[in-house]
Design a protein around this ligand. Sequence first.
Ligand SMILES: [Zn+2]
Ligand SMILES: [Zn+2]
Ligand SMILES: [Zn+2]
Ligand SMILES: [Zn+2]
Length: 222
Amino acid sequence: MDTSTSWNRDASVTLLQEAVAVASSIARLSSCRSRRGVVLWDRFTRTIRGAGFNGPPRLRACPGREVCTGTCGQRSVHAEARAIREVGSSLVELELVHVELAPGDALVACDGPSCPSCAALILDVRFVGGVHLHEAKPPEWCPHREVPRADCSFCLGVDCIAVRGKCDLDVPGPCAHDAAARHGDLPVVVGRWRRYTAEEFYEASVRTIRQATSSWTSTASQ
Ligand SMILES: [Zn+2]
Ligand SMILES: [Zn+2]
Ligand SMILES: [Zn+2]
Ligand SMILES: [Zn+2]
């Protein structure tokens, strides 16, 4: 697939949003239940250098839910690996964007880095500057916006959408409305984008196997 052509059509859309849109359309090519898409983009030339989706080797069809569920990660080629292979090598650092699509094509908000072998590959090739994941927001984040509650003027009560005009904002301290009302019609957004350096991504991924291994040994020794 030719992904090297210019993909910036609307300057008002941020680079990340564009990369996410491309990664999502790549993820739709996956025949597996968990559809992943990865793009590697060059933020200086605004071009995509590599892209990939997850699935069985040689683009064979997914063996089906019964076989795929729980074994997909082991039997499939990962989107990251395909995207990296497409790039080959790069003299400039590239940004990696990973998406997972839910049924209906909404983005899945994941629980953080979880694949140590991809993380090792990403670190090893030396040309990945950042890894962007769509993660579930921690409770201290605003449910509507991609900022911590501490940085959200609606959460803090110094701004109010829903009842502007009837709001006691000119009295000192936060307004009297509850946090949900202050955000008005802003939809609830469960995920936020997080950028890791390749090094941070590797460390966070490896931590997940250490945790899995220690809960394993503690079960085994019982
Ligand atoms: Zn599958
Ligand atoms: Zn992986
Ligand atoms: Zn808020
Ligand atoms: Zn108010």
